[in-house]
Design a protein around this ligand. Structure first.
Ligand code: AMP
Length: 290
C-alpha cells in the first residue's frame, strides 16, 4: 500500500479491506465515491458532499471494461491517475481504491448483476450490456467497501435509476446520495469525455444544454405535455446539424418509462453524438404540488 501524507492508495481488494477495517475499528462512518478517473469538478463535487456527510471518504478509480461495448472508447478513455490522486489528496480523501482489471474480474468470473427493465432503457437501449457492467462493478464495490453512503451524479440519471433499484432489490444496507450536475460556465455538463471535443465540437455541444434550458423555460410557463416539450428540444438540437441525437425522452425518473405528461415530474434526458463523442445531459422537472 502506498501512503502519502493523508491519502492511502490501494490497488488490491485485500489492502482496501484492511484499511477499511482500521477505519471501522475507529468508529468512522464511510462514504464511497465510485469513478472512472480523469477527474473534474463534477467528480470533486461528489467528493465534497461525501466529505461533509461522512468521517472517511473512499474514492474508487476504475475504468470498468464490462460497461464498454466492443466499438466504444475503453482503450482511449482518458487515464490521469497521478493528477487524480493529487486532486483527491487536496480534497482530504482518505483512501483511493484503484484496482487492475484482473483484480476486479478474476479469470473465469461469470457472475453479473442484471437490473431487468430499467437497464434496457435510455443508455441501456443505445449501449446493450452497459448497465449490466455498471451494476456488476458497483455491486462489487459495495461489497468490497461496505460504505454507509455512496455518492453518484445526477449527470448519469439512468445509472441512478438502475443503481437505486439494485440497492433496493438486493438489500444493500447503504444510502445512495445523488448530487446535482456540475456545468462549465457556459452550461456544458462536465464530463471526462469533453476532452475528446475539438474547439468547434465544444461549441456545437452547447446545443444539448440549450435544448434543456428551453424545456425548462416552457415547463416554468406551465407547459406539461411531453410531446410539446420534446418537440421544442428537438427544434433547438436541429439548429445545430453537427449534433446527432441518439435519444431524447421525457421519462419517469425511477422506471425510465416514457411519460405523456410531465405534471407529476419527469426526467428530460438527452444523448447525442458530437463528432465521434457521445455526450449525455438531462433536466429533472419537479412534480407540481397537488
Ligand atoms: P464517471 O467517472 O464518469 O463514471 O463518473 C463518476 C461519478 O461522477 C458518476 O456518479 C457521475 O454521475 C458523476 N459525475 C460525472 N460528471 C458529473 C457532473 N458533471 N456533475 C455531477 N456529477 C458528475
Amino acid at each position: 500500500m502506498q501512503q502519502t501524507t493523508t491519502l492511502q492508495i490501494a490497488h488490491t481488494v485485500s489492502e482496501t479491506r484492511a484499511a477499511l477495517r482500521e477505519m471501522r475499528r475507529r468508529g468512522l462512518t464511510i462514504a464511497l465515491v465510485p469513478t472512472m478517473g480523469a477527474l473534474h469538478e463534477g467528480h470533486l463535487s461528489l467528493v465534497r458532499a461525501a466529505r461533509t456527510a461522512s468521517d472517511a471518504v473512499v474514492v474508487s478509480i476504475f475504468v470498468n471494461p464490462t460497461q464498454f461495448g466492443p466499438d466504444e472508447d475503453f482503450a482511449k478513455y482518458p487515464r490521469t491517475f497521478e493528477a487524480d490522486c493529487a486532486a483527491l489528496e487536496r480534497e482530504g480523501v482518505d483512501l483511493v481504491f484503484a484496482p487492475a482489471a484482473e483484480e476486479m474480474y478474476p479469470p473465469g468470473a461469470s457472475t453479473f448483476v442484471d437490473v431487468d427493465g430499467v437497464s434496457e432503457r435510455l443508455d441501456g437501449a443505445s449501449r446493450p450490456g452497459h448497465f449490466r457492467g455498471v451494476a456488476t462493478v458497483v455491486a462489487k464495490l459495495f461489497h468490497i467497501v461496505q460504505p454507509d453512503k455512496a455518492f453518484f451524479g445526477q449527470k448519469d440519471a439512468a445509472q441512478v435509476a438502475v443503481l437505486r433499484k439494485m440497492v433496493r432489490d438486493l438489500n444493500f444496507g447503504l444510502e445512495l446520495v445523488v448530487c446535482p450536475i456540475v456545468r462549465e460556465p457556459d452550461g456544458l455538463a462536465m464530463s471526462s469525455r469533453n476532452r475528446y471535443l475539438s474547439l468547434e465540437e465544444r461549441r456545437q455541444a452547447l446545443a444539448l444544454n440549450r435544448a434543456l434550458r428551453e424545456v425548462e423555460r416552457l415547463a416554468a410557463e406551465g407547459v406539461t405535455p411531453a410531446q410539446k416539450l420534446i418537440a421544442t428540444a428537438e427544434a433547438v438540437l436541429a439548429g445545430e446539424p453537427a449534433v446527432r441525437v441518439d435519444y431524447l425522452h421525457a421519462v419517469n425518473p425511477d422506471t425510465l418509462e416514457d411519460v405523456a405528461d410531465t405534471r407529476n415530474g419527469a426526467l428530460i434526458a438527452v444523448a447525442a453524438f458530437v463528432g465521434a463523442t457521445r455526450l449525455i445531459d438531462n433536466l429533472l422537472l419537479p412534480g407540481k404540488p397537488r
